[in-house]
Design a binder for this molecule. Structure first.
Ligand code: SAM
Ligand code: SF4
Ligand code: SF4
Length: 338
């Protein structure tokens, strides 16, 4: 397969692709899909607007030809997409693909883990924002306790999937859970990554004062456990990695707010309705679904993506201010795919 390397205005290549397979979710996390907005009357995408598996596969092939090597399926909750294992099977067989992962709240992961692994999935990132039931239930607003998520994590590990846990930390919401979560996953031998709360979308009431920085979390954890730095595994790795001294277990920090990493951002996203985004904080995307459905050839689709990437100058997090965080139009995380 011929691989072309395309670069944007700042010389960043296109290396990874996140594909959102649904904008729906079985949780209503307060900071992502608050129930007052994502309630019974919310207009989720109609089925015919979702990319079909054929369309996702076709676009993935085009992106692989452009140098993408890693893809991650997300949403909404990707395990809600019907026959997701069939999609994974189709994608994991594509030439040139090195890694396929999925981000999930893990409610459905336990019973699907084996099928997902057999379909070719390599790794899962499980989102869990607290180890304490009350805090977790207040966040997910869906009466789900932590145990089913933990059972899924253990099941996924036993199945042979790579497993990492992600925790978004918001001041006053779950910052008291940083050390208990670190302790729990250190003992379980699973990598935990703390994510700084971000101003994605328009509905989560974000403010700088809600952000718990990496430094604050690092200081708190190091009072309990000795940490040593781990080198990044590849260019553009977003997590700052550490190891608990004397173990093989890692802990990481995704410092999107306090130490932004736009200069090495090689990631593109496709929303569930086929809009292509070059930044998580974009206001508008390029409608690839219509281009596909209007009969474009692979070459034409490729040219469209290449011209969009060449003009990419996104560096939202490097330039974030109170003003952009509050007033800029941004799409929702559940739509673009986290
Ligand atoms: N439903 C799946 C899940 O929760 O893992 C996949 C989609 S979710 C949008 C992907 C990730 O984005 C989750 O780990 C979630 O916690 C994170 N996320 C959502 N809103 C966020 C925000 N405002 N700041 C930081 N991370 C956020
Ligand atoms: Fe759903 Fe994930 Fe958003 Fe929570 S963070 S509401 S699980 S999409
Ligand atoms: Fe990439 Fe945009 Fe995030 Fe910067 S703000 S790291 S360009 S997604």
């Amino acid at each position: 397969m011929q691989q072309s390397v395309i670069t944007d205005k700042f010389g960043r290549t296109l290396q990874d692709l996140r594909i959102s397979v649904t904008d729906r979710c079985n949780f209503r996390c307060r900071y992502c899909m608050p129930r007052e907005i994502f309630g019974k009357d919310f207009a989720f995408l109609p089925k015919e607007h979702l990319l079909s598996f054929e369309e996702i596969e076709r676009l993935t092939k085009v992106f692989l030809n452009l140098g993408v090597r890693k893809i991650r399926l997300t949403g909404g909750e990707p395990l809600l997409r019907r026959d997701i294992t069939t999609l994974i099977k189709r994608l994991s067989n594509l030439e040139g693909l090195q890694d396929i992962g999925l981000t999930t709240n893990a409610v459905l992961l336990g019973k699907m883990a084996e099928d997902l692994k057999n379909a070719g999935l390599k790794r899962v990132n499980v989102s869990l924002d607290a180890i304490d039931d009350d805090t977790f239930m207040k966040i997910n607003d869906s009466r789900v306790r932590t145990q089913p998520v933990i059972d899924s994590i253990i099941k996924a590990k036993e199945t042979g999937l790579g497993v990492k846990v992600n925790m978004v930390v918001k001041k006053g919401m779950n910052d008291h859970q940083v050390v208990p979560m670190a302790k729990y996953f250190k003992e379980l031998g699973v990598t935990l990554r703390f994510i700084e709360f971000m101003d994605v979308g328009q509905t989560n009431g974000w403010d700088f004062k809600h952000v718990v920085t990496k430094k604050e979390m690092y200081d708190e954890i190091s009072e309990q456990f000795e940490l040593e730095p781990v080198d990044p595994a590849y260019f553009g790795e977003v997590a700052k990695r550490y190891r608990y001294k004397g173990t093989n277990t890692e802990v990481g920090f995704i410092t999107s707010v306090s130490e932004s990493f736009c200069s090495s951002c090689t990631r593109a996203r496709i929303a569930a309705d086929g809009h292509f985004f070059t930044c998580l904080f974009a206001g508008e995307g390029l409608n690839l679904k219509d281009i596909l459905r209007n009969g474009a050839t692979d070459e034409e689709v490729t040219d469209t993506i290449v011209s969009r990437w060449k003009y990419r100058d996104d560096r939202y997090s490097d330039e974030r201010t109170e003003e952009t965080a509050k007033n800029r139009k941004k799409i929702e995380m559940s739509y673009i795919g986290g």
